[in-house]
Design a binder for this molecule. Structure first.
Ligand code: ARG
Length: 461
């Protein structure tokens, strides 16, 4: 037979293929709470405007509440003939309260309905991600405070560059996540306009109060252009783009954890609870959680790309392609939520081998810059010359197979008269790190200042 919702002009019903390709209920049933909330707000507004009688509105509202209780208990049934969550709810409402259910869709289209539902869902998802980001930040700040004084090699090109503190390194990730939270906050602000009332694409001839439904659903205001409203999925792409950046940050953190946990580095032991073993090599303890966080970033970035490509060629206003907006967002949200939880656990439970870090912090003449800086400060040598003189000292130390601080007075005299043995007493790791007092630098005092500001921002104090 033909479709009960829209089949009036059809002689034949959809084929099996049509029904299958058309059905979004397998995934958009996740929107049931939002769909019912949107319908309740719409019906209440219709009644307030005199478009629905108070009696009909009451029957509709009670029916919708009964459906919510039912779905909460039993889940949402999946009937492909009902296509999507919107028709699934309406069809159940008809079963419960009869033909009056058919009045609910007055002055509404599934086009403004789905945009509203999805915005409500994304708004909640943004809140959940913000909570997850704050939890990872709190773990980072706690560990950074514990390790504000612990010295490790700092890298550029993954070559030992200058000593830094572990606390400083951890706080770098705090900053990335701080920007991520700002991006999600900005996305939430742009999302804050209610689509209800745009109807199919042109608006409606009914005297709606769009301000009222916007307010009832917690939006700042109604959207301004009905064509834009039903064709806009910027809010979903905003979510995915912000999620991509988070996943990039978490993936870099995961990559460092993986490197640090490797035996040649030996900087960190991961908690057993977030590691796995090998089925053949009994000694193995693998950083699988970190590897999956790194892997999931690929899927999250892929989701953002997928929706961007779905949207880029669509003429105004709605097209069914847009039904494909939800799976990438749902998938990315699930993956990101898990990744955040895994990162929080790994940071909180990491056993940093600070002795090992310290023992490697001086390798590769990591305080050579301090020798050049000494020449500038104490001997008035221009930095470029100081750099050259220090380079010669590094070459000499390498030739002798010793550290810079072990060069003799004769070694130094042969390089340049201005570099004296006194200079070599300023090359300690502790001295190097403590001297980096510039705002945002690695000196323990500076790290503690960063930690203090972060704890305040997170409301931890
Ligand atoms: N299931 C649809 C979606 O998610 C709802 C909108 C249907 N609108 C329409 N004109 N067929 O996009």
């Amino acid at each position: 037979g033909s479709n009960a919702m829209w089949g009036g002009r059809f002689a034949d019903g959809p084929s099996a293929i049509m029904r299958e390709i058309n059905a979004s209920i397998p995934f958009d049933k996740a929107l049931w709470r939002q769909d019912i909330a949107g319908s309740r707000a719409h019906a209440a507004m219709l009644a307030a405007q005199g478009i629905l009688t108070a009696e009909d509105a009451k029957a509709i509202d009670e029916g919708l509440q009964a459906i919510a209780a039912e779905y909460e208990r039993e889940g949402v049934p999946e009937d492909w003939d009902l296509e999507d969550i919107h028709m699934t709810v309406e069809s159940r409402l008809t079963q419960l309260i009869g033909p009056v259910a058919g009045r609910l869709h007055t002055a509404r289209s599934r086009n403004d309905q789905v945009a509203t539902d999805f915005k409500l869902w994304v708004r909640e998802a943004i809140g959940q991600i913000d909570t997850g980001l704050a939890a990872v930040q709190a773990a980072l700040v706690t560990r950074a405070e514990q390790h504000a004084d612990d010295i490790m090699p700092g890298f550029t090109h993954l070559q030992t560059a200058q000593p830094v503190t572990l606390g400083h390194h951890l706080m770098a990730y705090y900053e990335m996540l701080r920007r991520d939270r700002m991006r999600f906050a900005a996305a939430a602000e742009r999302l804050d306009e209610c689509p209800l009332g745009a109807a199919a694409l042109a608006g409606t001839g009914f005297d709606l109060d769009r301000e009222a439904t916007a307010q009832a659903l917690g939006f700042a205001r109604p959207t301004a252009n009905s064509l834009d409203t039903v064709s806009d999925r910027d809010f979903a792409m905003d979510y995915l783009h912000a999620a991509s950046l988070v996943s990039i940050h978490l993936s870099r953190l995961a990559e460092e954890i993986i490197i640090w946990a490797s035996q040649p580095f030996g900087f960190v032991r991961l908690p057993d609870s977030l590691s796995t073993g090998s089925s053949i090599m009994p000694q193995k303890k693998n950083p699988d959680a970190a590897e999956l966080v790194r892997g999931h970033a690929g899927r999250i970035i892929g989701a953002a790309t997928a929706l961007s490509i779905t949207m880029k060629g669509l003429p105004l206003a709605y097209a069914k392609d847009m039904q494909d907006d939800k799976p990438p967002v749902f998938e990315a949200h699930g993956l990101l939520t898990l990744s955040l939880a895994a990162c929080e656990g790994m940071i909180a439970g990491a056993d940093f081998d600070t002795a090992r870090m310290l023992s490697l912090a001086g390798s590769g003449h990591s305080t050579a810059t301090d020798l050049a800086d000494w020449l500038v400060r104490e001997a008035g040598v221009p930095f470029r010359e100081a750099h050259h003189i220090t380079g010669a000292a590094v070459a000499r130390a390498d030739a002798k197979g010793c550290a810079l601080a072990e060069l003799t007075a004769d070694d130094l005299a042969a390089i340049d008269a201005r570099v004296t043995p006194e200079a070599l007493s300023h090359l300690s790791l502790e001295g190097s790190v403590a001297s980096r007092q510039s705002y945002g630098g690695t000196a323990p005092d500076q790290v503690r200042r960063q930690v203090k500001a972060a704890r305040k921002a997170l409301g931890l104090d």
